[in-house]
Ligand binder design. Structure first.
Ligand SMILES: C[S@@+](CC[C@H](N)C(=O)[O-])C[C@H]1O[C@@H](n2cnc3c(N)ncnc32)[C@H](O)[C@@H]1O
Length: 146
């Protein structure tokens, strides 16, 4: 499998020290204050779509798999990531489900799908942010009318 410099760089950031602050920084601060799309909102969305036969692509720390509510019954989880640190951390976190690890470059086979998922995620974040912004403006307008 040949991996370009860009792809290598895209996953290389997820070292053990970075992953140790990932939940606090990315899921706690950046999702809420930079993306304006809190992790609680993403988890709600995750819960609406999760099935008991799930392949997680780009697993990070495995936060969502650890916190989501799987339908009852047997749960089968695959973890796919290029970075072994991410795979190890996510697998340890959800070891109760005995996940299977796949170390692959998702862009090798699924490049279009990966970008569609990423774009969808960004659009959702933007829509959520836009809705909150509109609500704020409406509230302000209402208070000025009162
Ligand atoms: C931003 S984290 C996503 C974490 C998780 N989905 C979440 O929302 O908490 C991106 C993950 O994608 C992985 N990744 C980046 N490029 C990849 C590639 N080309 N193939 C497979 N995994 C990749 C990284 O190693 C990292 O674990």
């Amino acid at each position: 499998m040949e991996i370009s410099k860009e792809i290598e760089a895209g996953q290389a950031i997820y070292s053990k020290p970075v992953l140790s602050i990932y939940d606090l920084w990315v899921l706690g601060i950046s999702n809420k204050y930079i993306w304006k799309c809190p992790t609680s909102h993403l988890l709600k969305h995750f819960n609406q779509h999760i099935t008991s036969n799930h392949l997680d692509v780009g697993v990070g720390t495995g936060y969502f798999l650890d916190h989501c509510q799987f339908p009852t019954g047997k749960t089968r989880i695959g973890l796919l990531d290029l970075n072994q640190n991410s795979l190890d951390q996510a697998a340890k976190r959800i070891e109760r489900y005995q996940p299977t690890q796949y170390q692959y470059n998702v862009l090798d086979k699924l490049d279009r799908s990966y970008w569609i998922i990423w774009i969808t995620y960004c659009q959702k974040a933007a829509r959520y942010s836009a809705r909150r912004y509109c609500r704020k403006i409406l509230k302000k307008a209402a208070s000025q009318c009162a």
